[in-house]
Design a protein around this ligand. Structure first.
Ligand SMILES: *[C@@H]1O[C@H](CO)[C@@H](O)[C@H](O)[C@H]1NC(C)=O
Ligand SMILES: *[C@@H]1O[C@H](CO)[C@@H](O)[C@H](O)[C@H]1NC(C)=O
Ligand SMILES: *[C@@H]1O[C@H](CO)[C@@H](O)[C@H](O)[C@H]1NC(C)=O
Ligand SMILES: *[C@@H]1O[C@H](CO)[C@@H](O)[C@H](O)[C@H]1NC(C)=O
Ligand SMILES: *[C@@H]1O[C@H](CO)[C@@H](O)[C@H](O)[C@H]1NC(C)=O
Ligand SMILES: *[C@@H]1O[C@H](CO)[C@@H](O)[C@H](O)[C@H]1NC(C)=O
Ligand SMILES: *[C@@H]1O[C@H](CO)[C@@H](O)[C@H](O)[C@H]1NC(C)=O
Ligand SMILES: *[C@@H]1O[C@H](CO)[C@@H](O)[C@H](O)[C@H]1NC(C)=O
Ligand SMILES: *[C@@H]1O[C@H](CO)[C@@H](O)[C@H](O)[C@H]1NC(C)=O
Length: 350
C-alpha cells in the first residue's frame, strides 16, 4: 500500500544507501569486459559487456563434452549461443583458456599450455579484445586504436541487430550465416543464409543446402519479404526494422530490434530461421522438398535423401550429417567456408 505520509530518513541511512549504491555500481563497473596482453580467461571466469547485455565464456555441451568459447545474451535463461569462437575445433576438456598470444598477437585458445586455435585472423602484441554491448567482440590495436578484427565479421549461425549479411566487394569479404551441424554440434552444418543483391531492385535472402539453392525470401519491400510474410505483419510477434545498403563497395542486409529481450535470427541445423524472442519460425515452411516452388522454395533444391515427403522427424538427417562431417574440411578458428555467393547468378523460380 502506498502511503502519502512524510517519512524522515535519518542522514546515516541516506549515507548507507549511497554507500550501497556505490558498492553496487562499483561491482558492475568492475565486471571484466576486456582481455589484454597478459590476461588469461579460463572456464572459471567470463567477460560481461559494459551494460551487461552479453556474456562471453567457455561452455561445455553435456552430450559430447565438447567445450567451446561462446557469447550469449546475459539475460537469456537458455543461454543460447549467438557466436562461437571455435565451432570446428572444440576442446575435448574444459581446461582451455583464451588469451592474446605474446608472439603473434592473435587471440588464441590454449589447451595443455599451447595455442590450439587461432581465434582472430589478425593480431598485434599491443592489442586488447572487448566484448561490446552489441554482442560484438572486437580486437583493437592500443597503439593506434585501429580495429584489427571483430566477431561480427565472422558470423556463425545467428544474426544479431547491427550485424551484416552480405558482401564487401572491395575486401572480398562475405558475411554469411552457417547452421550448426546439430543442436549439440557447433561445427558448420548443411545450411547457409546469404544476402544476394543482383540489382538495386532485386535483393533477397538466399538459403543454400550443401551449397545448392534451397529457398529464397523473395524481395525485401516495405519492411518485409515476399516469402516471410509473418515478419513485421501487424499481428506478428516479431518487430524488426529491416535495412539494406547497396553501393559500389558493399551490399548488405541488417536489422534492428524494435523491442524484445533477446532479438536474434538463428539459422537452425534443419534450415529454418528462428526468432530469438518468440522462438517462432520466421520462415513459413518447415522444409522445401525439391518439387515445390512456392513460398520461396526453389524448385531445383534436392530432396534430402534422408527425408521423405511425410518425414517430419529429421533426427535421421542429423545422424547422417554427422557422417557427412567428414565431407567438411575442418578449419581451425573462425574461417567459415570461403564460399562466394554468385552475384550474377539468376535464381531460377519455376
Ligand atoms: C583459472 O584461472 C585462475 C586464475 O587466473 C586459476 O586460479 C584457476 O585455477 C584456473 N582454473 C582452471 C580450471 O584452469
Ligand atoms: C562427460 O564427462 C563426464 C565426466 O568426466 C562423464 O561422466 C561423461 O560420461 C562424459 N560424457 C560423454 C558423452 O563423454
Ligand atoms: C611468452 O609467454 C611464454 C609463456 O607464458 C613465455 O615463456 C615467453 O617468454 C613469452 N615470450 C615473450 C616474447 O614475451
Ligand atoms: C586437455 O586437452 C588438451 C588437448 O586439447 C591436453 O593437452 C590436456 O592434457 C588435457 N588436459 C586434461 C586435464 O585432460
Ligand atoms: C596460428 O597462427 C600462426 C601464425 O600467426 C601460425 O603459425 C599457427 O600455426 C596457427 N595455429 C593454428 C593452430 O592454426
Ligand atoms: C543493452 O540492453 C539494454 C537493455 O535491454 C538496451 O536498452 C540497449 O539498447 C542494449 N544495448 C545495445 C548496444 O544493444
Ligand atoms: C601500446 O599502446 C599504448 C597506448 O597507445 C602505448 O602507450 C604503448 O606505448 C604501446 N606499447 C607498445 C609496445 O607499442
Ligand atoms: C569494405 O572493405 C574495404 C577494404 O577492406 C574497407 O575499407 C571498408 O571499410 C569496408 N566496408 C565495410 C562497410 O565494411
Ligand atoms: C507497407 O506496410 C504497411 C503495414 O503493413 C501498410 O499499412 C502499407 O500500406 C504498406 N505500404 C505499401 C506501399 O505497400
Amino acid at each position: 500500500m502506498a502511503t502519502q505520509k512524510q517519512i524522515n530518513i535519518p542522514p546515516v541511512l541516506v549515507l548507507f544507501f549511497f554507500f550501497c549504491a556505490f558498492l553496487f555500481s562499483h561491482h558492475k563497473a568492475g565486471e571484466v569486459t576486456t582481455i589484454r596482453a597478459g590476461d588469461e580467461l579460463n572456464s572459471t571466469s567470463q567477460l560481461v559487456s559494459e551494460n551487461g547485455n552479453f556474456t562471453l565464456g567457455f561452455f561445455t555441451i553435456p552430450t559430447t563434452n565438447y567445450t567451446y568459447l561462446g557469447i550469449w545474451y546475459t539475460g537469456d535463461d537458455q543461454a543460447r549461443k549467438v557466436w562461437v569462437a571455435n565451432p570446428n575445433a572444440p576442446l575435448v576438456n574444459n581446461t582451455g583458456a583464451v588469451k592474446i598470444d605474446n608472439v603473434t598477437g592473435r587471440l588464441v585458445i590454449t589447451g595443455g599450455g599451447r595455442s590450439i586455435v587461432n581465434v582472430s585472423t589478425e593480431g598485434s602484441v599491443n592489442s586488447s579484445v572487448t566484448l561490446e554491448d552489441t554482442g560484438n567482440f572486437a580486437m583493437t590495436d592500443q597503439t593506434d586504436n585501429r580495429v584489427l578484427w571483430d566477431s561480427f565479421d565472422y558470423p556463425c549461425n545467428v544474426l544479431l541487430p547491427g550485424m551484416k549479411l552480405g558482401y564487401n566487394l572491395t575486401s572480398g569479404r562475405n558475411w554469411i550465416l552457417t547452421s550448426w551441424l546439430s543442436g549439440d554440434i557447433a561445427a558448420s552444418g548443411a545450411f547457409t543464409l546469404s544476402w544476394e543483391a543482383t540489382s538495386s531492385e532485386s535483393k533477397e535472402l538466399v538459403m543454400r543446402r550443401r551449397s545448392e539453392l534451397y529457398w529464397t525470401s523473395g524481395r525485401l519491400d516495405n519492411q518485409t519479404f515476399e516469402f516471410m510474410v509473418m515478419l513485421n505483419a501487424p499481428f506478428s510477434e516479431y518487430s524488426y526494422r529491416l535495412s539494406d545498403v547497396y553501393s559500389d563497395e558493399v551490399k548488405y542486409f541488417s536489422f534492428n530490434a524494435v523491442d524484445g529481450n533477446t532479438p536474434m535470427w538463428t539459422l537452425t541445423p534443419d534450415g529454418q530461421i528462428l526468432d530469438g524472442d518468440s522462438s517462432f519460425y520466421i520462415k513459413p515452411f518447415e522444409f522445401c522438398y525439391g518439387y515445390q516452388s512456392d513460398n520461396g522454395c526453389l524448385a531445383d533444391s534436392d530432396l534430402p535423401v534422408c527425408r521423405s515427403q511425410n518425414d517430419k522427424q529429421h533426427s535421421a538427417c542429423e545422424e547422417q550429417s554427422v557422417w557427412l562431417i567428414f565431407d567438411f574440411e575442418p578449419v581451425s578458428g573462425l574461417h567459415m567456408s570461403a564460399f562466394v555467393p554468385p552475384i550474377d547468378s539468376t535464381i531460377q523460380r519455376s
